[in-house]
Design a protein around this ligand. Structure first.
Ligand code: HEC
Ligand code: HEC
Length: 224
């Protein structure tokens, strides 16, 4: 498809289009998401208890930035590396698939059904529900640390903004793995120097408490 498009467009036209392509092409994003779906699910819901993170509703700017860091091998992701190679994902493709995923809204509560809804309609709607089960931990202690050290960037309810990822509604296993990578200086977090910063001196228990607190925040968006 991409190859075909490249052959059909005269080079100067392709250049002009490239230069002015301010809008993301959601149809192209959807098509690209077909390859992502094998691991992250068609709705970007992720899976396998966080082996594959949720992408639906994550901020487009953050997804874009992350895909570029996978491509440049700045953030190591071995399963995904082949999918992000230059030939496979151009900057435009990255923008399109990021916008497509960011726009997917997953409900946190079960939908209300009409008597006329058939079994398949019900099943499909129920499969979209994204509610992370509560995890163990001291919620009050987690809240205290979260408010003191995390909320300034990730927001009062963990929804993040632009380049700061949404961490509420994400799999705790995935988040814990990332926090371990941050602490082991294998992925940079809030400061240039990997391994430094707000997560450095938090114990595994403190991190677990934060995760327990985050799982209590999931329905806040619906209530607003
Ligand atoms: C072969 C499986 C696989 C495929 C296909 C795949 N991914 Fe991933 N992806 C992963 C895994 C595993 C991780 C988690 C890596 C980690 O733990 O650091 C991940 C992480 C991510 C992240 C980071 C999420 C975050 O919160 O930081 C983004 C963004 C992402 N993938 C986007 C995509 C997109 C877009 C595609 C399609 C172009 C795609 N992935 C295809 C396996 C896959
Ligand atoms: C100064 C701003 C800032 C503060 C404070 C901050 N973060 Fe972050 N956090 C970020 C940014 C930016 C990223 C994305 C890092 C990247 O991929 O380059 C991030 C990423 C994360 C991720 C990975 C999410 C994902 O999808 O991969 C987790 C987990 C996380 N932060 C937890 C925390 C916790 C817990 C705290 C408080 C103890 C905290 N952060 C405080 C800015 C911040």
């Amino acid at each position: 498809m991409r190859l075909l498009r490249a052959l059909l467009l005269p080079p100067f036209l392709a250049l002009c289009l490239g230069a002015h392509a301010a809008e993301a092409d959601l149809d192209n994003g959807k098509e690209i998401n077909g390859t992502c779906a094998a691991c992250h699910g068609a709705d970007g819901k992720g899976g396998k208890h966080g082996e594959y993170p949720r992408l639906a509703g994550q901020h487009a700017k953050y997804i874009e930035y992350t895909l570029k860091s996978f491509r440049a091998r700045e953030r190591v992701n071995i399963p995904m590396f082949p999918y992000t190679q230059e030939r496979e994902l151009s900057d435009q493709d990255i923008r399109d698939v990021s916008a497509y995923l960011a726009a997917i809204e997953l409900p946190t509560t079960l939908p209300k059904f009409k008597d006329s809804d058939d079994a398949l309609t019900r099943l499909t709607a129920m499969q979209r529900v994204m509610l992370i089960p509560r995890v163990e931990g001291d919620i009050a202690a987690g809240e205290a640390v979260y408010r003191e050290r995390c909320a300034t960037c990730h927001g009062d309810t963990g929804l993040g903004k632009r380049l700061i990822p949404m961490i509420t509604g994400q799999y705790p296993n995935y988040l814990m793995r990332q926090m371990e990578l941050f602490r082991a200086a294998e992925r940079p977090h809030d400061v240039e120097k990997a391994g430094e910063g707000v997560l450095k001196d938090l114990t595994p228990d403190a991190l677990q408490n934060i995760l327990a607190y985050l799982t209590t925040l999931q329905n806040l968006k619906d209530k607003e």
